[in-house]
Ligand binder design. Structure first.
Ligand code: GDP
Ligand code: MG
Length: 301
């Protein structure tokens, strides 16, 4: 690839932070596309998601990561932690995302992991729309930056898309001069098959209660483009126990139908064509604790 102009920048930037601080919302806002799934629940993101933002000035390759989990006991959480560590090791820059006014032990642990790997860090304070008085944040930030080294500090609202232009230009200025890695129209390196599974999983995170979403995963058994232009997608929702299956299906199949309808709408928007989606719910006992099954379900990165 050739440089589009002599000062074109390109590089990988991790969006790192504890679960639920708004990394995926920020990724979507930064690339201007609803790529990474978002819900009010922690641990919605289970995979490393690459989001590509190309402009005249350069190409930023954002890596959305699952949050780091402390004391991860279940195999899936350990696998998520591995995904975060490996994602961090490959970037030139990290945006450490925190929530306005909060710095927890998990934030501290992540900071140390980044500092240890000598990854330059920007502090991104998200959800500033929630604090009425912005000046109240100043002592908090002063104390934090007194003890920790960040290249710069940004106040943003991923939800209201505030502060993102300044963040983007700061990031670009810190990336190396380099030719783009991806085409200018590309948004991610993930397949439609992968994204289809994420669309179904997003609905599970949004619609199921308490611990149930964490007992589910989605496997795409078939993704076929039919001659009539429809994408025919068959997906299996795996649960851990028989009782959970009944809840996912719901009274007279109502819950499963709602999950399917919303997921299909999102897929049609994302894939830019009509989708015929079929869903099944199946039981695979103990999959969350089983390394081999996690591999089968795609939790290997
Ligand atoms: P992640 O776990 O760090 O990826 O966080 P998500 O992007 O999934 O967001 C977690 C929750 O925080 C969701 O309910 C988001 O709508 C919410 N959220 C994200 N960014 C903002 C923000 O700037 N302001 C407010 N008020 N909420 C936000
Ligand atoms: Mg996320």
């Amino acid at each position: 690839n050739e440089l589009p102009h002599p000062d074109f920048r390109c590089g990988f930037v991790a969006l790192a932070g504890r679960p639920n601080v708004g990394k995926s919302t920020l990724l979507n806002a930064l690339i201007g596309f609803r790529l990474s799934i978002v819900s009010p629940r922690p641990q919605t993101t289970r995979h490393r998601i690459l989001g590509i933002a190309t402009s005249e000035a350069g190409q930023i390759l954002y890596v959305d990561t699952p949050g780091l989990h402390r004391g991860a006991k279940r195999a899936m959480n350990r696998s998520l932690n591995r995904a975060v560590r490996s994602a961090i090791s490959e970037v030139e820059l990290a945006a450490q995302v925190i929530e306005a006014g909060r710095w927890t032990d998990e934030d501290e642990a992540l900071y140390e992991a980044l500092a240890e790997q000598k990854i330059p860090r920007l502090l991104v304070i998200n959800k500033v729309d929630l604090s009425k008085d912005k000046t109240a944040l100043l002592p908090f930030v002063a104390e934090l930056t007194g003890k920790h080294h960040f290249e710069s500090v940004h106040y943003v609202s991923a939800l209201k898309r505030k502060g993102l232009d300044a963040l983007t230009s700061d990031i670009l200025a810190r990336l190396p001069v380099r030719a783009p890695v991806f085409g200018e129209d590309e948004i991610t390196d993930r397949s439609e098959r992968f994204l289809a599974a994420e669309m179904v999983r997003e609905q599970l995170m949004l619609r199921l209660d308490e611990e149930l979403p964490y007992a589910t995963t989605v496997e795409i058994e078939q993704f076929k483009d039919r001659p009539d232009g429809l994408a025919e997608i068959h997906a299996v929702i795996w649960v851990e126990r028989e009782g959970q299956k009944a809840i996912v299906i719901g009274q007279g199949g109502a819950q499963l139908k709602a999950i399917g309808t919303s997921a299909r709408r999102h897929m049609e928007r994302m894939f830019d064509r009509k989708v015929f989606l079929r869903l099944w719910v199946k039981v695979r006992e103990g999959w969350v604790d089983d390394e081999a099954m996690l591999k089968q379900f795609g939790y290997t990165d």
